[in-house]
Design a protein around this ligand. Structure first.
Ligand SMILES: NC(=O)c1ccc[n+]([C@@H]2O[C@H](COP(=O)([O-])OP(=O)(O)OC[C@H]3O[C@@H](n4cnc5c(N)ncnc54)[C@H](OP(=O)(O)O)[C@@H]3O)[C@@H](O)[C@H]2O)c1
Length: 172
């Protein structure tokens, strides 16, 4: 099973503030949907809360220390490891071939920090801005551990003027 992380990161590694995203990039949201659709997604409770509903077309796994009144279709787990074992069960139950077994860790900061040491692949949107008043950051991406395998051309969001690239890194 491939463990992937998907995240949009500012140049200073900022990813969130006040339990919300730092920008609205409609093409990044479309990219996120295209890349993750059909795969299980694993997120921390705060990220689930900030979205407010399960993402359609994906098996949604939420990790929390405390049980909460979750919609029936939500798969609630009590550790990241339990989340990965639920993803394995999902693949088994649905007869998914080994080569197609990929789970996406989709945030937030605390969940990324726990997932990065065992992740295989990083789908990172590098957003070219520095957000000084962010309160949530992605850990440093160590080039001795991570090899960049693809990078899109530099794109620009028409509404905000922000420039960004879609990249993929693999563990060396
Ligand atoms: N830029 C991006 O691509 C991106 C993507 C996603 C999120 N974000 C941003 O990230 C921020 C949220 O990140 P965050 O660090 O505050 O929260 P988070 O990682 O989304 O969620 C943290 C919560 O997850 C649960 N949790 C974490 N580790 C656990 C474990 N090992 N076992 C059981 N439960 C565990 C706990 O829930 P309980 O408190 O319920 O126990 C914890 O409080 C927001 O600003 C959001 O917008 C950014």
């Amino acid at each position: 099973m491939e463990k992937a992380i998907i995240v949009a990161i500012a140049d200073n590694y900022a990813i969130g503030r006040a339990n919300a995203l730092l920008w609205h990039l409609s093409d990044d949201l479309k990219y996120f949907k295209k890349v993750t659709s059909g795969y299980p997604v694993l997120m921390g409770y705060m990220t689930y809360k900030s979205i407010g509903r399960p993402l359609p077309g994906r098996h949604n796994i939420v990790s929390t220390w405390y049980p909460f009144d979750a919609p029936e279709e939500l798969d609630v787990v009590f550790s990241l490891e339990e989340g990965f074992s639920h993803a394995r069960k999902y693949f088994n139950d649905n007869g998914i071939r080994e080569s197609e077994r990929k789970v996406f860790v989709m945030g937030g900061g605390e969940t990324y920090r726990q997932a990065l040491p065992t992740a295989d692949t990083l789908y990172i949107t590098h957003v070219h801005t520095e957000v000084e008043d962010a309160d949530t950051f992605f850990p440093r991406i160590d080039p001795l551990i991570w090899k960049e395998v693809s990078r899109s051309e530099t794109l620009q969001d028409a509404a905000s003027g922000l420039t960004y690239e879609f990249t993929v890194y693999k563990r060396r």
